[in-house]
Ligand binder design. Structure first.
Ligand SMILES: Cc1ncc(COP(=O)(O)O)c(C=O)c1O
Length: 357
């Protein structure tokens, strides 16, 4: 069988399951509830200006991996600022959040290590676990007793890895409790804070075995990923994380954009943006902890139809289906932003009850 015939067969199989997907180019006039630009910083004048200035000074690409070509000053500055923000000893940039998770887990876990991973963790964590060739134990979502029992029988090194905010459910992991449990059992805790713009708040001793993975691509409005944690582990990642070692460094313009975004986030203006995001979440889902609001409809076709109905009203709200979420839990995923106008939030709040019905 030729590759073309195989591809056609695969396509037919996916289409028959109603799951063939294509990339669309939505009308920019739609109100977008699909983006993770939580604070609207992709269009902040200081962020855009910083990217422009870096382009003018350094050009477009970074040319090679950092161990080969070295850093541009903005890489070092951004790492120092990310570490300070996270209260960590050190931070390291990756070319995406995906690359950060894959690099961290595959470098630090391995044969003889037990990795405990929440059942709803992001695909990049799952892939990192697989690449590590460690013993991977998937624990029930947010279940501390399950984590404790799986840690109980560990003789050697152990890693617990979790999203801080789960990307398709928008709920929070019990990160403080996990940190305490890992501290007692000398397990490494890896927390992916990609969506943790409103919380959970979580402070750790900088020398504790806790790594915080983050992305520059969502709240920070650019592209890239990072990990922050103890210097001993971060320095080891420089040497062992293959998605860092064997991948071209972040373009200076992305690093500069993220640096400017981080400075906005840590200013009074950032506080106001976070408060506005909090307010938008309250309007759509009172009491919900994050800007990711799932509306679980169950059936795949129901989720697609609801998304199409909202599109008719000028609202871009994606339908999320298996394999991204478990069977029978297809849903709309509403991603809220501080940049949404009151009119956009009004339109969403008015339209959502119709698709629920
Ligand atoms: C929880 C989580 N971790 C990591 C990533 C990957 O980050 P990036 O898009 O920067 O690769 C995502 C989303 O893309 C995510 O939702």
């Amino acid at each position: 069988v030729t590759w073309a015939a195989w591809a056609a067969g695969e396509r037919a199989r996916i289409e028959a399951a109603g799951r063939w997907r294509t990339i669309r180019t939505p009308d920019p006039s739609l109100a977008c509830f699909a983006s993770n630009d939580y604070l609207g910083l992709t269009r902040h004048p200081a962020v855009v200006a910083a990217a422009h200035a870096a382009l003018d000074e350094w050009g477009t690409g970074s040319g090679a991996a950092r161990l080969v070509v070295g850093s541009r000053p903005v890489h070092d500055e951004l790492e120092a600022e990310l570490a300070a923000w996270k209260g960590a000893e050190a931070a390291l940039l990756f070319s995406s959040g995906y690359a950060a998770n894959v690099g961290v887990l595959s470098a630090l876990a391995g044969p003889g290590v037990r990795v405990l991973s929440d059942e709803l963790n992001h695909a990049s964590i799952i892939d990192g676990c697989r690449l590590s060739r460690a013993e991977v134990c998937v624990y029930r979502h947010g279940d501390l007793d399950h984590v404790a029992s799986l840690l109980g029988g560990v003789g050697g090194r152990a890693v617990v890895v979790t999203d801080a905010v789960f990307s398709m459910d928008g709920d929070e992991a019990p990160v403080s409790e996990l940190a305490e449990m890992c501290g007692v059992r000398s397990a490494l805790l890896v927390v992916d804070e990609a969506h943790a713009v409103l919380g959970p708040r979580f402070d750790v001793d900088p020398s504790a075995a806790v790594l915080r993975v983050g992305t520059l691509s969502k709240t920070l409005g650019a592209l890239g990923g990072f990990v922050a944690g103890p210097r001993s582990l971060v320095d080891l990642l420089v040497n062992k994380a293959r998605s860092f070692v064997f991948s071209t460094a972040l373009p200076p313009a992305d690093a500069a954009a993220a640096q400017a975004a981080l400075r906005v986030l840590r200013s009074a203006e950032g506080e106001a943006l976070v408060a506005r995001l909090r307010r938008n979440v309250e309007r759509v889902a009172p009491g919900h902890p994050s800007p990711i609001v799932p509306i679980v409809l169950g059936d795949e076709q129901a989720a697609l139809a609801a998304s199409a109905a909202l599109l008719e009203q000028g609202l871009l709200v994606p339908a999320i289906r298996p394999p991204t979420v478990p069977e029978g839990t297809s849903r709309l995923r509403v991603a809220l932003s501080a940049a949404h106008t009151d009119a956009e939030i009004d339109a969403l709040v008015a339209a959502l009850p119709l698709v629920h019905a």
